[in-house]
Write a protein that binds this ligand. Sequence first.
Ligand SMILES: [Zn+2]
Length: 289
Amino acid sequence: MSTRLTRRHFLATTAACAVLPSTLRSAEDPPSAAGPDLPLVDLHVHLDNSTIDQVVELAKERGVKFGIVEHAGTKENEYPVVLSNDTELKGYLAMLEGKPVYRGIQAEWTDWMGCFSRGTLAQLDYVLTDTMTFPGKDGQRVKLWLQGVDAKVDMADPEAFMDRYVDWHVEIMAREPIDILANLTWLPGDMLEQWERYWTAPRMKKVINAAVEYGVALEISSSFKVPRLPFLTLAKAAGAKFSFGSNGRYPNMGKLDYSLQMARAIDLKPADMFAPAGNGLKAVQRRKY
Ligand SMILES: [Zn+2]
């Protein structure tokens, strides 16, 4: 089974377990039903199994603007497409040129910056990454959502794992010139069901402080339904910026129910939302790496 299918299966399983309020807006409702006066933007859209023209059509139907993120980093990262050098990144940028979408990447592992020149990275609208690939016992990259992960990552003591995982969130924001941290606070296996137990206030504050310090926006993920409300409440109070993400593959991009529900719950305003930065202000331009 491919990585993507396994991840999808996981998404389907978690979605099936989630209970959503019946008042929640369905993705088919017009965008005006969203409630808060926020731009409807899904900055976490994958093109797997679809073409850009199909996806642009879907964006129109849903009334949601999309930001496309192709995986980017070394070829050691296994995905259907991994952009690994300037030529591939320029080809991707050209493919999206003139389309009504933002052009981003989902950066992989910690060494992706070395694959590209700064000038080419600066042509992107933004860089997004997540914390779901984690150092294993041997230091090698491990996808935490795959089966058998506990053989590769020491998770015997979940509290000790949590401390390392929180530090991983902080380290990624400290070291990498990213604009958005996606899927954050997600937890592997059945730990996700005990999110409130593991995400204690001191752990939440460490991640939030790093986001504010390094100017990294926090994705409210409609695919994993993270971060949960206590985290988002603290993050807003700390002055963090937010983005919405479906992590969607065709035709599931633009489904932002959880993101919008949380935005209403913490009363997000347009000024609280991340918007792709102008030239000179992008993370790859303003951060040292
Ligand atoms: Zn993704």
